[in-house]
Ligand binder design. Sequence first.
Ligand code: DGL
Length: 275
Amino acid sequence: MDKIDTQEMSNRPIGVFDSGVGGLTVVRALERILPREEVIYFGDTARVPYGIKSAPTIRRFSIENARFLARFKIKLLIVACNSSSAFALSELRKRFDFPVLGVINPTVEKAVRLARKKIGIIATPATIRSGVYQDSIQRAGRREKRQIEVFAQECPLFVPLVEEGWLEGKISRQIAQRYLNKLKNRIEVLILGCTHYPLLKKVIRKVIGEKVILIDSATEPARAARDILRKEGLLSSSHKGKTIFYVSDFPERFKEIGRRFLNKDIEEVRCIRLE
Ligand code: DGL
């Protein structure tokens, strides 16, 4: 690629998709770690949740989302949904010529760096059943010649709790207790393997205790995106980044819930129909 091409490429946007609002935790991390980048976000609000759907359906939705973002000539795609990352990454990499980054591997790398031998993973039923986190942790452990024990727990009610804004209080705590009691006193690190879960951090922390290290699946992927772009010489040289939001349904609700994720107002959300 000559110099002009590289400059043109580096000012292209990063595409990010999730089943709905959860991927906004990744956007928030991107705004902090890569403040000069333009981000095009797509939330598939017409079809959320993904985490209780089958692998072929999640794969099909993910391909359609990526096809939509490809229209913007993106330089990198971040799959900001663990359920899609679990089932669709290799298919997306086959079909598109931009780099595709999932949220699972960068998160696992960090967890394995911080834990000695016991890691808990909580996620949607689809992500847990895929076994991708469990395999990836074991693989990373073997690479470091360590036997790591993985404790996996699906938490299907966490996504609706976050969507409803029930981030604290008795009911949320009781649900968290029901899911997390089995992990209590058994793990050193807990991976929040769903991009919605960072909003429940307070409740999760209360239930799991102070000693366990919590790792979300938003921060490490944003760092990994920075590393990829830096390595390829594709970091944006423009002065100010921005995020443009698209959804497949009900932009008003996205705006309302999205505020909680980004901790600021979202001015404009465009609604599109996927072909
Ligand atoms: N945010 C998605 C994830 O990280 C889950 C939400 C859903 O079930 O659609 O897995």
